[in-house]
Design a binder for this molecule. Structure first.
Ligand code: HEM
Length: 141
């Protein structure tokens, strides 16, 4: 079933909107949660746990199946497109793994550095995801 813009399947459009929605929530949380008290830290932690779980569900239900279908066909692993997917999958998997680690262990040493790295990986993964989406469904060229 075709999605909202008539080019990609509905699940892919949904994946895009959900991931962009998660990004907006992430940015709002980071912008407005000044973590100065224990209460603020716990609120920030709860929000990040929700964002990570949502990201995990979207990845598992929409992207992993698409990834498996793509690589179950005979593809040139060194083509630009395959490398783009592999790089996106790797950065995305690390972003999620780091997010889960932060969600589970609130008292990580050098927590700020972990958080910044996770955010950087997340932004990188979402940018590559957006390029993938535009490339796969013919929005580019
Ligand atoms: C933080 C983690 C991740 C983010 C933010 C992210 C973001 C995105 C976005 C925005 C898209 C375009 C929308 C779509 O087509 O559904 C996308 C597509 C895709 N992603 Fe991810 N992604 C992440 C993790 C992963 C992982 C771990 C994998 C591989 C196991 C993966 C594989 C794919 C594939 C194959 C597509 C194309 C889906 C399609 O056929 O439409 N992504 N990603």
């Amino acid at each position: 079933m075709l999605g909202i813009f008539g080019k990609a399947p509905l699940t892919s459009d949904l994946g895009l909107f959900l991931e962009l929605g998660i990004l907006v929530v992430l940015l709002i949380v980071l912008r407005f949660h000044k973590i100065k008290t224990k209460q603020a830290l716990s609120r920030h932690h709860r929000a990040m746990v929700v964002v990570t779980i949502l990201g995990f569900i979207v990845t598992l239900s929409i992207m992993v199946p698409s990834f498996l279908i793509f690589f179950s066909a005979k593809v040139d692993l060194l083509s630009f497109f395959a490398l783009l997917i592999i790089f996106h999958a790797l950065t995305g998997a690390f972003a999620l793994a780091f997010g889960i680690r932060l969600a589970i262990n609130v008292r990580l040493k050098r927590q700020r550095r972990w958080m910044r790295t996770t955010m950087f990986l997340w932004l990188f993964a979402i940018t590559l995801g957006l390029i993938l989406f535009l490339q796969i469904y013919g929005y580019l060229l």
